[in-house]
Ligand binder design. Structure first.
Ligand SMILES: O=C(O)CCC(=O)C(=O)O
Ligand SMILES: [Fe+2]
Length: 381
């Protein structure tokens, strides 16, 4: 009789621990906003990065470093007599940093502030409403989730997101969240404005690559590309980074590059984004009414490596929630991205394999996304 009495509590203990572990996992899958709403005071183990991967203070760049001037492009100047000067700044920004901020872009302030505002209100909805949009289908027109890739990440990061596929709008819009009730209207207005800006920026970038210009009409290649951008893929990622009780132990987003041609990022006034520059991390100070633009993997491939897709990450903080809206643009979903034939020659041979969106999705559903590992997989040896 002694044996079962001794064994029983031990079995109970194992079962309880296992159940707790499973419960925790289910809790983590619901995201960090939900953790905060339930009064978390310590970062759970699931979010604690190995020391090597944390945002070590020593690695922060000294912002007083000489020559460190993050590029700001005045979009209105691109339309005037200074276009060629601005194009030179664009070339240098894309080569040196893979990143710039754009001001005077012509998108009305109320469109921008409404997008931030409605995004914040979406994350204030009860978890039951938000989680209706959870899906493990990477091609779903709307997807609510947490971390970077919650099906693959061993350590979770401190962000929740809502991904909205924007194209073709007549098919996807009906799937977008119906709450807040003004979300569809405001997000679709924002999506159209940002798409126009993307296309105009790409025209300038193609010019900065020497593919057309003041003394050279648009070639068939350039005209076709611009049409493809107008009709291309667009995905908006609305990110929410709630305050984190122990921000030094985790990250809002791990170092990564974006897959498209360009990402146009709208952020509120809370700092968090950092880009990698010369092996150091540089904080991007939010500029009112501006967009952060970064070169993505597809532009690196298209430019045959002349423009570099930049590695970036997001830090969290103990006091303030942060909202950002990243708009990722590329060619239509099924189009191949290849190095431009005009940018390949004997001195500069092709450096990347062709790639398309399907190949990217296949990659991220099979591997834990790390740094620029997708792009590395597309490099020719
Ligand atoms: O929130 C940010 O500042 C960056 C977001 C980002 O990198 C992304 O959504 O890919
Ligand atoms: Fe990103």
């Amino acid at each position: 009789m002694q044996v079962p009495i001794v064994m029983f509590p031990a079995i109970m203990a194992i079962t309880t621990d296992e159940t707790k572990a499973n419960d925790d996992d289910q809790v983590h899958q619901k995201g960090v906003k939900n953790l905060c709403e339930n009064g978390v005071t310590k970062v759970p183990k699931k979010y604690i990065l190995p020391e090597f991967d944390r945002a070590d203070e020593v690695l922060q760049v000294d912002l007083t470093m000489p020559n460190l001037k993050l590029p700001v492009i005045d979009f209105s100047e691109l339309q005037g007599p200074n276009r060629s000067e601005v194009l030179k700044s664009l070339t240098s920004a894309c080569e040196k940093y893979g990143f710039f901020q754009v001001v005077n872009h012509g998108i009305p302030n109320n469109v921008i502030s409404s997008m931030i505002d409605v995004s914040a209100r979406f994350f204030e909805l009860p978890i039951e409403v938000r989680s209706k949009y959870m899906s493990s289908d990477l091609t779903a027109p709307v997807r609510y989730g947490t971390s970077f890739n919650q099906n693959k990440d061993r350590v979770f990061c401190w962000r929740d997101f809502l991904k909205l596929v924007c194209h073709p709008s007549q098919d996807v819009l009906v799937h977008w969240p119906s709450y807040p009730t003004d979300m569809r209207r405001l997000a679709v207005t924002y999506a159209k404005e940002i798409k126009n800006l993307f296309v105009m920026l790409m025209e300038a970038i193609l010019e900065s690559l020497g593919l057309w210009g003041a003394t050279m009409n648009m070639t068939e290649e350039v005209e076709k590309l611009i049409k493809q951008f107008q009709d291309g893929s667009q995905q908006m990622v609305v990110n929410c980074y709630p305050p984190c009780p122990e921000p030094h132990l985790t990250l809002g987003m791990p170092p990564h590059s974006d897959y498209g041609f360009l990402t146009l990022l709208l952020q509120d006034d809370v700092e968090g984004l950092q880009i990698q520059y010369k092996e150091k991390w540089v904080a991007v100070q939010p500029l009112a009414s501006s967009f952060v633009v970064n070169v993505g993997d597809h532009l690196e491939i298209f430019s045959n490596g002349k423009y570099r897709s930049v590695l970036h990450r997001v830090l969290v903080n103990p006091a303030k929630s942060r909202i950002s809206v990243a708009s990722l643009h590329s060619l239509p979903f099924n189009s191949m991205v290849s190095p431009s034939p005009s940018l390949i020659n004997k001195a500069n041979p092709r450096r990347y394999k062709d790639t398309d969106f399907a190949c990217f999705l296949e990659y991220i559903s099979s591997f834990e996304p790390k740094r620029k590992n997708f792009l590395e997989s597309r490099k020719l040896l």
